[in-house]
Design a protein. Structure first.
Length: 301
């Protein structure tokens, strides 16, 4: 197969591993800088150009679209979908997962465990949303944040109110969530490929850090999921419509709660923690499922 990978940095571990795995299985994989693509949005003849040449003849596309370029990246991915190229993750599904508020609403509608999450527009409603979230300590999240950036733990109602009012005063949309104290600064990331959990790791934050992201100095180790945790991860991926994703969960007193569903999960941490070849599992999934014009959502939300 001929595979395109939309990625801005070809030297990232995840991107190099996916390219190695594809080539080891006899495929051709071209890494395409998402922001250097330009498009001809023509009726019945959609075209994509890259470095002055037309991109054509691809069987599949792997979107590794950074959060900062979501809007343009999804436009490029939709153009591939219009050409009938099989997307590992579809544009609509990625768009759902990148919108933290929408993804929480979709997961809640499906009955998936979540931390108590509140959202408001008016800073005058700070006390009300704090009360709904159970009061301090609370976690305050930017809707557009990623890798732990834009996530604040407010220890008191007074500090929570100050942070909330400051963000809203700047016109920034935020969520307030209950702080799951019993998680002890650890979370679980389950990697789902093709409706199955293929690997899982426990991430522990650095000393004095409540965020467990590996980018922030956290550590990871292999973990065995409970049947409920495994089911929660698979259902979350299905609700989002993602073929490949990382589902981040916390172990609460009332079962697993989902914090985020990541449509472009890094595989370095989980491969090193588990010793599993996640990159090859992703390529195997493409081999089994890639068909022309196989996009399910057809541009619907």
């Amino acid at each position: 197969m001929k595979i395109a990978m939309l990625a801005r940095n070809p030297n990232l571990y995840s991107h190099k591993r996916l390219k190695e795995a594809a080539e080891a299985r006899g495929h051709e994989l071209q890494i395409v800088n998402t922001l250097r693509c330009y498009m001809n949005i023509a009726s019945r003849r959609p075209e994509i150009f890259y470095n002055g040449e037309k991109l054509e003849g691809f069987d599949a596309v792997i979107p590794r679209i950074g959060a900062s370029v979501t809007f343009y990246g999804l436009a490029v991915l939709r153009q591939f979908e219009m050409q009938g190229v099989y997307p590992l993750n579809e544009s609509v599904a990625i768009g759902r997962s990148r919108d933290k508020l929408r993804s929480m609403q979709l997961l809640a509608r499906a009955g998936i465990g979540l931390p108590v999450t509140t959202f408001a527009h008016d800073p005058k409603q700070t006390e009300e949303v704090l009360e709904l979230a159970g009061g301090a300590p609370v976690v305050i999240k930017l809707l557009e944040g990623t890798q732990g950036i834009g996530v604040v733990l407010a220890d008191t109602n007074r500090s929570a109110k100050s942070v909330f009012e400051a963000f809203r005063g700047a016109g920034v949309n935020i969520l307030l969530q209950e702080f799951i104290k019993e998680a002890g600064g650890t979370d679980i990331r389950a990697i789902v490929v093709g409706g199955k959990v293929v690997a899982a790791m426990k991430r522990t934050g650095a000393a004095g850090e409540f965020r467990s992201n590996l980018h922030r100095g956290g550590s990871a180790q292999i973990i065995k999921l409970s049947p409920e945790e495994r089911s929660t991860a698979v259902r979350s991926a299905k609700v989002m419509g993602l073929n490949v994703c990382g589902v981040d969960m916390l172990r609460s007193n009332h079962g697993p709660v989902v914090m985020e569903v990541n449509s472009s999960p890094g595989i370095e941490g989980v491969e090193k923690a588990t010793g599993l070849d996640i990159a090859s599992k992703i390529i195997e999934h493409i081999e089994k499922t890639a068909k022309p014009h196989a996009t399910k959502t057809k541009g619907s939300g």
